[in-house]
Design a protein around this ligand. Structure first.
Ligand SMILES: C[S@@+](CC[C@H](N)C(=O)[O-])C[C@H]1O[C@@H](n2cnc3c(N)ncnc32)[C@H](O)[C@@H]1O
Length: 264
């Protein structure tokens, strides 16, 4: 399948999930962001963004979903904030929350691979968080798009689930680990059990195509596209909504990482 066919199929599955997430989250998000300065960010992300001196900086978020993280970044004191996501249903939710909280953020509905050139060299910081890279069939092309958005001297901040988790079948906390895929698997993982990771229900969904990218592939894709590594830390914290079975193992695996790359 071509990159476009994959991202179009995934967009349909995310659109299908948008009203489900909306019914679970939208009311409380609107309420929370009606309080001035509200942030949904955890301590790790907040600390990293503070270290990037986010105050007054222009920030873009790649695959911003319902916008809650970018709205929090804006509430931390960032300058212009633009979120990009391919699913109109989530972009509409983000705009609704921003409007309710009177928060000045822009949300753009676009496939990341098609981000308009008007956004090139426009941001001091670009963020990618929790559950994005796995949806990208072509990592090199993805990083070339992301790198083009960053101004010279600006930074890319990634806070993601660790790719080693892709090897393991996700399960509830009291379930043993089942190793499912090679770390070096290159076939798309096709799933039709849905995206209800808040409610925890499964449903017969449109097909979702996800990809395993090794840690070195992620770092090298950044380097190959004009970025240099400034910070990299593999972490024990579980930041996804899926691998509860891995969380409290005595022999601990890395569950997440933070990575900062700088554009010369
Ligand atoms: C799990 S969310 C991650 C975002 C955020 N960190 C969060 O936790 O809500 C993944 C988002 O990526 C978007 N997405 C996936 N592939 C995309 C693509 N090719 N272009 C634009 N958005 C995409 C989906 O619409 C979805 O909103």
């Amino acid at each position: 399948m071509r990159t476009k066919d994959i991202t179009s199929a995934n967009r349909e599955a995310w659109e299908e999930a948008a009203p489900i997430h909306r019914s679970q989250n939208q009311e409380s998000l609107i309420q929370n962001f009606s309080t001035a300065g509200h942030s949904c960010l955890d301590d790790i992300e907040t600390t990293q963004l503070m270290a990037l001196d986010i105050m007054g900086k222009d920030v873009a978020q790649i695959c911003c979903n319902n916008g809650q993280e970018l709205l929090s970044v804006k509430n931390m004191g960032a300058g212009r904030c633009v979120g990009f996501d391919g699913a109109q249903g989530f972009v509409d939710q983000a705009r609704e929350i921003a409007k309710a909280g009177n928060i000045d953020c822009e949300f753009v509905c676009t496939d990341i691979y098609d981000i308009d050139q008007q956004y090139h060299n426009s941001f001091d910081v670009v963020t990618i968080t929790i559950g994005v890279l796995g949806w990208m069939p072509d990592l090199e092309k993805f990083f070339s798009v992301v790198s083009a958005l960053i101004r010279p001297g600006g930074a890319l901040f990634i806070y993601e689930q660790h790719p080693i988790l892709d090897m393991i079948e996700p399960a509830k906390a009291d379930t043993p680990i089942v190793w499912e895929l090679s770390y070096f698997n290159k076939e798309p993982y096709v799933d039709t059990s849905g995206l209800d990771y808040y409610g925890g229900d499964t449903y017969e969904s449109k097909p979702l195509y996800s990809f395993s990218h090794t840690m070195s592939e992620v770092i090298m894709a950044g380097i190959n596209n004009g970025l240099t590594v400034e910070h990299f830390e593999e972490r024990p914290e579980h930041i996804s909504m899926t691998w509860w079975n891995v969380e409290n193992q005595a022999c601990q695996l890395p569950m997440s990482y933070t990575l900062v790359m700088r554009k010369a």
